[in-house]
Design a protein around this ligand. Sequence first.
Ligand SMILES: *Cc1c(COP(=O)(O)O)cnc(C)c1O
Length: 380
Amino acid sequence: MNIPFYARHCTGQEETALLSCLNGELATDGLFTKKVLSQLSSVYSDRDSRYMLTASCSLALETALEMCGLSNGDEVLLPSYNFPSAANAVLKAGGVPVFCDIDPDTQNISLKDAAGRITSRTRAIIPVHYAGISCDMDRLLKLAGEAGLTVIEDAAQAIDAFYKEASLGTLGDFGCVSFHYTKNISCGEGGLLLCRDRSDFEKARCYRVHGTNRDAFFNGECNRYTWVCPGSSTAVSELCAALLSAQLSGLQQITTTRKRRLQDYLRFLKPLEQDGYARLMAIPDYASPNGHIFYVRFASQALRERMRKLLMEHGIDAKTHYVPLHISPMGAKLGYKQSDFPESLACYDTLLRLPIHTKLTRQQVCEISEIMIKGIRFYG
Ligand SMILES: *Cc1c(COP(=O)(O)O)cnc(C)c1O
């Protein structure tokens, strides 16, 4: 067997879109960027076009943090069990990332832990929707509202995933989505920034194009193209937008297939949970996931490692995930110690991600599950 962890989905329209882009214009915010924005309008309808394509989700996060106007020493809450992008964005904007532990049910930020870390310097909170499973947004928004915090959703993994009826990325003040090559919809590198407020959107779209009013100028909203605020160059290239438009045409099919495989895993692996060897990924009632990740949390690190190696011997690529930020070399520089966040550490030790993509079949999920169940009864 040879089952890769990732496999890129091709809708079949990629080559045509790229060639058409090459034979046309490469100028930023051209036809393909416009096409992608209109394709996304059905996914993010309640954002009424207040969103923009960026060259990565990391840059969308940076832009959102830049819009918060942090001053030295302002604090931003975020989970330790996370990719470094959000923490980097906080540092870049002059803030202090304040790590929080996670909830072992979802591996998302623990609201109880976060509440205890709010100080007079706390300005914002960055929830991550891990595996495309929503955080408990009603509770999170209530907490943030009471403390006057800006909410920046790291919805990097969460395209086409929902909290109740709402698309992830549209519940906070800002939402950031990724089109990195490992994500459900991919153009190699790409991202999306969603804004709740019109004024944030206007500022962000200037920041995105070198701090100029280029966007407004080309839309005929002003008559001079000039420098209006601090900025950067964070727009996506037209070539990537062309790829993205081809990918987005398959969004529904991609999500549907991934969700089916997720349900297959949940069904076939149930014995692992019943026999107490592991906890399968849980889906709270309020969450509609997109099948971005399927993970299992084993009862011990030793068991996880045995399973990972057993699967590897069968040609199945299963992966662990984040080194919690607080135990990373950079986390140590920020003053954290290993024992600070026990759940994040436990997750680092025991979580295993199994292959999930559109080329994976139900039969393969069944085979992977059988190998795991037989193997664990033998070792366990
Ligand atoms: C992928 C990912 C990012 C980074 O996205 P890029 O588009 O590569 O910048 C940030 N946060 C999380 C949770 C991610 O999964």
